[in-house]
Ligand binder design. Structure first.
Ligand SMILES: [Zn+2]
Ligand SMILES: [Zn+2]
Length: 320
């Protein structure tokens, strides 16, 4: 028999981990530069007049690293396509390649068998599964394959890559391969820093804090049309603080937070990070007002006993 058959879930999880690891490294390139030159909050290295020369020099020195990130993005796509085929049957991954039966071994390890060539994966998904993979995906996939082959065979990457190019590649790919959106939820679950999760105590370290800090840098770099698909809402709609996610921040290290929820009805909201439903209540029912932003709604978690917050500034309010 064939042992160690891959599972669709495991392949998809690995694809997402590699995807968000690439994301984490890309945003890290921007963070490192901004930190070294102490750029003001909201100031982008690309548009900073003061450090144009340094930024270009930094990008030049980062080409090999960005080329490696490009390879990771392509690797993630391959695994995701394989996971889709695997939902039908893992044996379909062996199509077009011979399985060595002549030796008469009693068992074969799946990992030792040759699987469908990367170049054939998009069409294999279309033929073998009902996943709606757009034909436009091939252009993106072949471009990444070309860059990866260049890096693998020549060991160089001279394509004038920028972090924004990589972000665009990742978002395009995500929307083709995960058309159900849920980006922020998956970003938090499959963050590219799984080893660090060991240290997450929600006081000095937390993935919620890491992702919230990152959002301020990443949201302006995500095209509106991509954001709508990735998050399921317009950028401006994500303006409510979630009590659950705010409560999981590492407040001993970084007190900043970010809105992660959207209003879904006159009294209801949903958090795109934890996907829990929230209730909105007139702030005046329990408190005189929010000192930070004067008038607002109170947002209450329906699933945990997290402190209720002012929905528009995230402040925890003391009863009047
Ligand atoms: Zn949440
Ligand atoms: Zn407030």
């Amino acid at each position: 028999m064939i042992e160690n058959l891959p599972s669709a879930e495991e392949l998809e999880e690995t694809a997402l981990r590699i995807h968000f690891d690439a994301w984490h490294r890309t945003i890290g390139l921007i963070f490192d530069f901004s930190e070294a030159y102490q750029l003001e909050k909201g100031e982008e290295p690309e548009s900073s007049d003061d450090y144009q020369e340094e930024w270009l020099e930094y990008l030049l020195g980062s080409q090999a690293e960005m080329g490696a990130i490009c390879s990771s993005i392509q690797h993630s796509a391959e695994l995701r396509l394989k996971s889709i085929i695997c939902t039908v049957s893992p044996f379909l991954l062996l199509l077009n390649n011979s399985v060595p039966l002549k030796g008469g071994q009693t068992s074969l390890d799946f990992a030792s068998l040759r699987t469908i060539d990367s170049v054939d994966l998009p069409n294999a998904v279309r033929t073998l599964s009902d996943f709606p993979l757009s034909n436009a995906f091939d252009l993106h996939f072949n471009e990444l394959r070309r860059r990866r082959n260049q890096l693998t065979h020549l060991g160089v990457h001279q394509n004038n890559l920028t972090p924004n190019n990589l972000i665009q590649f990742m978002n395009t790919q995500y929307n083709f391969l995960w058309p159900d959106g849920r980006w922020l939820y998956r970003r938090t679950i499959f963050d590219g820093n799984s080893a660090r999760r060991f240290f997450n105590d929600h006081r000095y370290a937390s993935v919620e804090t890491d992702v919230m800090i990152e959002l301020a840098t990443s949201i302006p770099r995500i095209a509106n049309v991509d954001f709508k698909k990735m998050f399921g809402f317009k950028k401006s709609a994500m303006n409510i603080y979630c009590p659950n996610c705010m409560g999981l921040r590492a407040t001993k290290w970084h007190s900043g937070g970010h809105p992660t929820a959207v209003q879904t009805g006159s009294k209801s909201a949903t958090c795109l990070m934890c996907e829990q439903s929230l209730v909105l209540e007139d702030i005046a029912q329990e408190y005189t007002k929010c000192d930070s932003c004067e008038t607002s709604m109170l947002v209450i978690s329906t699933t945990t006993d997290a402190d209720s917050l002012c929905s528009s500034c995230g402040e925890v309010l003391d009863p009047s």
